[in-house]
Design a protein around this ligand. Sequence first.
Ligand SMILES: [Zn+2]
Length: 447
Amino acid sequence: MLHARPHSGIAMALRVGLACAILLVTALAASAQTLRIYHVDVDQGDATLVVSPSGNTLLIDSGKNGHGPRLNEAMAAAGVTDIDHFVCTHYHEDHYGGIDDLVNDYGISIEHAYDRGDKAYVGSHTSSTQTYIDYEEAVGHRARHLMRGESIPLDEGMLVTCVASGGVVLGEDDPQTGVDENDMSIALLIQFGGFRCFIGGDIQEATEEKLATHDLVLDVDLYQADHHGSETSSTVALLNDMAPAVVIISNGDRADYQHPRQSTLDRFAAMSSPPSVFQTNKYTKGGEGGNVPDSHIADLVPSGDEGLILVTVDQGAGSYEVSYQDTAFTFPVKALRASPAVVVIESILPNPIGKDRDLEEATLRNDGPGDVDLSSWLLRDERGRCWTLTAAGTLGAGQKTTICRDGMPMNLNNNGDRIELVDSVGSTRDEFSYSSSSEGVVIDTGH
Ligand SMILES: [Zn+2]
């Protein structure tokens, strides 16, 4: 399943010189079907740079104040010069602190910025700090509220879906906004071919439990541990849903946090198929904190900045590599994905009599030979907004089900739209375009 070997070059180059790194990684970028995810060493914080097969970039969080140089170095190593999409998962300094350096000191342009919105809630203890003011001035003032059900258009062959934001998860019937800043983090499910990765900022038990109840994050390959391996996150219900093969913990060496907690590491180890767990940094301050074996820690000197962990997903090979320093491990992308199921969009009702927001409908039909679990499938429109099909559950062979919008974010535009049916690995299974609608009239797709 898994082997360690001296790494061929990339991680070494990160250490020995930027110029070498740029050359090597640029060569890597040339292989078209490769997704790269850089977990930047930002000590007790998060900053994750995603580089799509086409070279488009998504930066999720930006470490702490003063971490701009580390972000810039990671971008240089990745061979990218701007950020297409930046997501601030929540308003804690260890997640937005470095973005102003990147913009102001390095002149990096950020095309689209997103955060969890609801800034009226941000307490004065945060909003009055210089770091928050710097965040607002750099990108926060124009950041769009990313809501659950929306997706970020990173690359054609990828699906980046927001499954939680503000403490509300996709498909929640009676949305209750969270009350804890960590729990209000934006959580993203990133899919590329059969590869699935979950990054949930600092969400804790309350939001994790809701994700698990709604079966929103099933069967992932890679899990970036929520809240730096805190004991209040990585709850059993969500872990069982995700069954990750690999966990990466972005942690520092702070005695006041003691991340990662030994109890969290114990939960990983107790899973029926224990994941391979990696840390960006070694934790040395004792108490309730713990460590994975040294061989799985990128930076054994916690004060250093060399704990970057790179995950490279090779769609053609059906595998991904976790690499740092002079070490690399290879894992197979979980199989199972391709289902012979043939589920189609039979009809849609974009313009119901009564409130579109509640009464729009789509009917799906299973023409395949077996039952299909639709619970992590989506319907998605041209703008990337979605309906979760959680409520549809399992659709038997030959059966139909009608999904009602019920307040979900996607709007079946009355003046035409293109609707895609997307399966649990992000592949489009069916699509239908129309150019107009009449009130109360169901449009038969002919599929
Ligand atoms: Zn944090």
